[in-house]
Design a protein around this ligand. Structure first.
Ligand SMILES: [Zn+2]
Ligand SMILES: [Zn+2]
Length: 372
């Protein structure tokens, strides 16, 4: 590769090494899911995996080969061999665990499954969609491994690995408070509507609730301490949206789930909501430049949510809705000019960069200034 400058060679080598490492970790986690499905795999998704076993084994095989090839490429490109060897070692461990033909060990009777499958598939799928998209249509100069990406990846791992526990915990307040007051006939009528209508209603109901919770997180200083973690990224991309304090995620989900529980929407509509919002929440943080005329007034786009993340004066405390700009228009907080914001992040202070530092930061912080 004599045609590559040393700097370019080092950059490509680092990219290959990091991609191999991240993919290697996902392969090992996927092997664990194959070996211990009862313990680690989302209960509701198990039948889907069993029915499409060949497909998921094929994905695992391709990922194993990619981990190995990327690791080898980084050995070739980088002077330091450590990182490339790490990816190759992870691919080796995954192979020893059974490769794409791993046989389940069958541990039954676990009360809650960890949902590792969700983490692995979601990261793989989102990476495959958004890494190329941000490179082809970047808003700002694209850097896959920008400052803070490792912290955001840790946030992603923790919130997705704990997704079932977090979801179960988020449902507890609604169940404890409203279980006795629910009128069954009313709930049956709601659940009997067409699924597409329920899907829309869920979006409207959750977005209304989370609008006010989100606004409270900005306006009450002790809540802002937690939510500031989400706003601390100085660069936005698809991974930056994962930076959320666990308490922030829990309170927001619990508040969103409460009306959904009271109304009694049907499960398929709820699943459609979860699938939509998982993709949409990542998209609105992404470093992509499509402005989407007309549509941008109906549904939140990257431009809309980037204004929520800005540290430019004109955009502070605007665009609290996650899905429908309608709510910001109704409650007087809409801000959508014909240009993009210049800067992102918190004003006056910067939370720590490490994942653990961000987790404990709100509990330690006493002095609070507006937006700071
Ligand atoms: Zn916010
Ligand atoms: Zn955000």
């Amino acid at each position: 590769m004599g045609f590559l400058t040393p700097a370019r060679r080092a950059l490509l080598g680092r990219r290959a090494a990091v991609s191999s490492g991240v993919l290697g970790v996902l392969c090992v986690l996927a092997e664990l899911c194959f070996l211990l499905p009862d313990l680690l795999v989302t209960r509701d998704a198990l039948p889907v995996y069993r029915a499409n076993l060949d497909l998921f084994r094929g994905v695992l095989l391709v990922s194993l080969i990619a981990t190995f090839v990327l690791g080898m490429a980084s050995l070739f490109l980088l002077r330091s061999k450590l990182h490339g060897l790490l990816g190759i070692a992870l691919a080796g461990i995954a192979l020893l665990m059974g490769g794409h033909e791993a046989q389940p060990l069958g541990v039954e009777g676990a009360p809650v499954a960890a949902g590792i499958d969700y983490l692995v598939l979601e990261l793989l799928l989102l990476g495959l969609i958004f890494v190329p998209l941000e490179r082809m249509f970047p808003l700002k100069p694209a850097r896959i491994f920008r400052a803070g990406w490792q912290t955001d990846l840790k946030h992603f791992f923790v919130s997705h690995a704990g997704v079932q526990l977090l979801s179960l915990a988020s449902m507890l307040p609604a169940q404890a408070l409203f279980a006795r007051f629910v009128h069954l006939d009313f709930q049956q009528a709601v659940a009997a509507q067409p699924y597409w209508l329920q899907f829309l209603e869920i979006l409207l109901v959750i977005d209304f609730t989370t609008y006010w919770v989100h606004r409270a997180f900005h306006k009450l200083p002790w809540l802002w301490n937690f939510h500031a973690i989400h706003h601390s990224s100085r660069e936005l991309d698809w991974l930056a949206g994962s930076r959320i304090h666990l308490l922030d995620a829990f309170v927001t989900r619990a508040a969103g789930f409460t009306p959904v529980f009271v109304f009694g929407f049907a499960q398929p509509a709820l699943f459609a909501y979860v699938a939509f919002v998982s993709l949409h929440a990542v998209y609105i943080h992404s470093n992509t430049r499509w402005r989407l005329p007309l549509l941008r007034w109906i549904i939140a786009t990257p431009e809309y949510h980037h204004w929520h993340h800005t540290s430019d004066e004109e955009g502070l405390d605007k665009n609290f809705a996650v899905v429908f700009p309608l709510y910001d228009r109704l409650f007087g907080t809409l801000h959508l000019p014909d240009y993009w914001p210049r800067r992102y992040g918190t004003v006056n202070f910067q939370p720590p960069e490490s994942w653990l530092g961000q987790l404990v930061h709100p509990f330690r912080r006493r002095v609070v200034t507006p937006y700071g």
